[in-house]
Design a protein around this ligand. Structure first.
Ligand SMILES: Nc1ncnc2c1ncn2[C@@H]1O[C@H](COP(=O)(O)OP(=O)(O)OP(=O)(O)O)[C@@H](O)[C@H]1O
Ligand SMILES: [Mg+2]
Length: 301
């Protein structure tokens, strides 16, 4: 099933002699469950493309259809809500909220949306990413790799239609890059998540199921990697926490309907709610409201 489509997508900046055609007619379609890499030289339009796909900015011309809805036609308020519910972002600089602990960061987009986190699902995600034990830690107590795993958990927790990642391993050393990339792939497969990821790293791009190359705001190559080449995350990376029999590979709809809450998560969640209410009604709430952002998480280019 197609989850994302762009039609004649253009984004121009400036005018006259200063006109920059950052995107110049992008037509692409992403199927549910795909893990697509977007590669291209610096300035080729990758980040601009991701902004358009995620509704962080409006195109100059053309359309972006996410899960059947034309987001380029949405008004700002509608778009903000749609974005929070349907799009998960992962950025190079993690963008965790420093005053919230790991668990609070993971469930923040849900809480901001007035939704109750699916605690069993959140626990499964955090366990797979190896951060469940660190749920009470603050972001500044974690390594870069761990912080990025929290950001991945946060993106997955709301079961978005699509996850968009802009150089998620850009701040990590090669060992952590491989590990984070492996986990992104494994969780993508495990939770049936569609992912579009920008990377400068050719080796990482080859681990994706598809590689889209853009140059001067146009697609100049778009090809699938053979399954043999990229394999499954479990086969290639052998991460623990992923069930070998594939029973965990349930789709998001099924996950949505799952219930059952462990006592410890219940407790953790109650604490979170109390603290978050404090945070969200205090100075922090004003700060967040002031940012015209997805889920209160500031986006910085
Ligand atoms: N807000 C803006 N105003 C004017 N020009 C912009 C703006 N944002 C991006 N551009 C220009 O659009 C082009 C594409 O930029 P973009 O950030 O998408 O590149 P990129 O492929 O992500 O590059 P990098 O690999 O360096 O991150 C560049 O020429 C850039 O200078
Ligand atoms: Mg960029």
């Amino acid at each position: 099933m197609e989850i994302l489509r762009t039609i004649g997508l253009k984004k121009y900046y400036g005018s006259g002699a200063g006109l920059v055609k950052a995107l110049d007619g992008i037509n692409m379609s992403i199927e549910e469950g795909e893990f697509a890499a977007v590669v291209g030289t610096s300035g080729s339009g990758k980040s601009t493309l991701l902004h358009m796909l995620g509704g962080l900015d409006y195109p100059t011309e053309g359309k972006v259809i996410v899960d059947g809805k034309d987001i380029s036609a949405m008004k700002e308020t509608e778009l903000t809500i749609f974005r929070r519910r349907n799009i998960g972002f992962i950025f190079q600089n993690y963008n965790l909220v420093p005053v919230l602990n790991v668990y609070e960061n993971v469930v923040l987009p849900l809480e901001l949306d007035g939704e109750k986190p699916d605690r069993e699902f959140v626990r499964e995600v955090m366990e797979t990413l190896g951060i469940y034990e660190r749920q009470a830690s603050m972001p500044n107590q974690l390594s870069g790799g761990q912080q990025q795993r929290v950001a991945i958990a946060r993106a997955l927790a709301s079961k978005p239609a699509i996850i968009l990642a802009d150089e998620p391993t850009g701040n990590l050393d090669s060992r952590n890059s491989k590990e984070v990339m492996g986990l992104l792939k494994v969780t993508g497969e495990q939770f049936g998540q569609t992912i579009v990821m920008i990377t400068h790293n050719e080796a990482l791009a080859q681990l994706c199921s598809r590689v889209i190359r853009i140059e001067d705001g146009k697609i100049w190559k778009d090809g699938k990697n053979s399954a043999q080449n990229y394999g499954t995350g479990t086969q290639r990376h052998g991460f623990s926490g992923v069930r070998e029999d594939g029973t965990a590979a349930k789709n998001m709809t099924e996950k949505r309907e799952r219930t059952g809450v462990g006592a410890d998560e219940q407790k953790a969640a109650e604490n979170v709610t109390g603290r978050q209410q404090q945070n969200l009604t205090g100075k922090h709430a004003g700060e967040m409201a002031a940012r015209n952002t997805w889920g209160g998480i500031r986006y910085e280019k």
